[in-house]
Design a binder for this molecule. Sequence first.
Ligand SMILES: O=C(CO)[C@@H](O)[C@H](O)COP(=O)(O)O
Length: 230
Amino acid sequence: MSKSKLPPLIAPSILSADLARLGEDVQRVLAAGADIVHFDVMDNHYVPNLTFGPTICEALRKYGIKAPIDVHLMVEPVDALAQLFCKAGADYVTFHPEATRHVDRSLQAIRDAGCKSGLVFNPATPLSYLDYVMDKVDMVLLMSVNPGFGGQSFLPSALTKLAQAREKIDAYTAATGREVRLEIDGGVKVDNIGEIAAAGADTFVAGSAIFNAKAYAGTIQAMRAAIASA
Ligand SMILES: O=C(CO)[C@@H](O)[C@H](O)COP(=O)(O)O
């Protein structure tokens, strides 16, 4: 197992934010030290839950949120919504490869729209998709829960998969010089983030662990300390 050489990014998932005061809550979590905003888009079709669309992303930009917005599409089909999120101010747009017919084309379309692109892997989705499209991927997102809901427990099998993804990304970076982020999402807490970092993640989505904490800054600092000592 090897750690990533990229600086770690803490990405609070707004699924667990105070949705009645979203702009304010996102500003608070960024002021507390978060790096990027993780935006979980659910369509009640690809996953059995329904959240927010591009208008909310646009509203956060209008409210003054300047941090990168990392949109995780749990939707099927992918392409039309991906385009709308790029127009609405997203920086990263990631999607599940099995939710689109043409993975390569969907990745390219996101890049053409000016965003960074990425693929998301459910616990049982094979990483082999990456072997064919790594040149068009800026972010690999591994789900450590089955997607659809916040507050679930981290699946330990994700640690092995993280190490496998780390190996693929490191080999790719060594051959091309291009960096690809490795993000983990689901059940990430202060007490397991160290072993998650040691397995190779560099971008850490945390919803309930941050937004349900009384002190956002204390939780984010504790996460950074655990990552640093992993
Ligand atoms: O995408 C998802 C769930 O589908 C995640 O982003 C969760 O929202 C993370 O929440 P916690 O497990 O950290 O509470």
